[in-house]
Design a protein. Structure first.
Length: 244
């Protein structure tokens, strides 16, 4: 079966998915020129993929000098907090690779308000992009790794939250809906992407993945329509009959 949108790549297990995801990133980074902007998701699913990036052969293949690392969303906690996406990403690979510090773009979460953090992150993205408005023929993000929550959220676009209605700002605060306040890229920013890659593993995600692949337009993930290629990476437990 083919999903209502995008293409599905099924894998026997999370390790095979992580390997393929790292290869997907490397191939596109190697075949690109100039700045290559990668948006990283938080949560647990992407961690095995991130860990591979610090190991050979990926470590030697990635053009670290021109890859910029941004976050699709962040919990408004200290980077040292176990809940921090940036903290997880640094531990998984970013603290162990030759990425220039100027290419690493965490969300500010100390000595700023939630709103100031969102505004500063949007300002950073606009400086990185080199313009105040997004152009249809020049995506903001080269690759965007996204997770999928059981409730259909992605990044910190949470069901029922005002962030889902935002179509002008690139980054907004999310003050309700989770234990910690969040910062999230909006649909406007997330859809300005050359390659959007959802990473979905485990039996608990089977129901929501089935709903989204069937063409759901109600959940936050189902409402995301990226400009470029959309690829669903799912292991057998999450993909179920979709991977046959
Ligand atoms: C976050 C993520 C979030 C995550 C999903 C799936 O900050 O938590 O950005 O959108 O991708 O909640 O999380 P798991 O991969 O842990 O299932």
């Amino acid at each position: 079966m083919n999903p209502a949108r995008g293409t599905l790549r099924g894998f026997p297990d999370p390790a095979a998915l992580a390997q393929a995801g790292a290869e997907f990133l490397c191939e596109r980074a190697e075949s690109s020129t100039g700045p290559f902007v990668v948006a990283l998701s938080g949560g647990s699913t992407p961690k095995p993929l991130y860990q591979l990036l610090a190991l050979e052969p990926f470590r030697a293949r990635l053009p670290w000098d021109r890859i910029h690392w941004v976050l699709g969303d962040e919990r408004f906690v200290k980077w040292s907090d176990p809940a921090s996406n940036f903290g997880m990403i640094c531990g998984a690979f970013l603290s162990h690779v030759p990425a220039p510090s100027a290419n690493i773009h965490p969300v500010p979460t100390e000595d700023v308000t939630l709103e100031e953090a969102a505004q500063r992150y949007e300002d950073m993205l606009k400086e990185l992009y080199g313009a105040e408005t997004l152009s249809a023929d020049r995506p903001l993000l080269s690759v965007n790794f996204l997770g999928l929550g059981e409730d259909g959220h992605t990044a910190s676009l949470l069901p029922g939250q005002p962030a889902l209605q935002e179509r002008e700002r690139w980054v907004v605060p999310v003050s309700h809906g989770r234990a910690e306040p969040r910062i999230t890229l909006t649909y406007r920013a997330l859809e300005s992407t050359r390659y959007t890659v959802f990473l979905v593993t485990g039996a608990k995600k089977a129901a929501i993945l089935d709903k989204v692949l069937s063409g759901d337009t109600e959940t936050p993930a189902g409402r995301l329509h990226p400009a470029g290629e959309l690829v669903w990476f799912a292991d057998q437990e999450a993909a179920g009959g979709w991977a046959k």
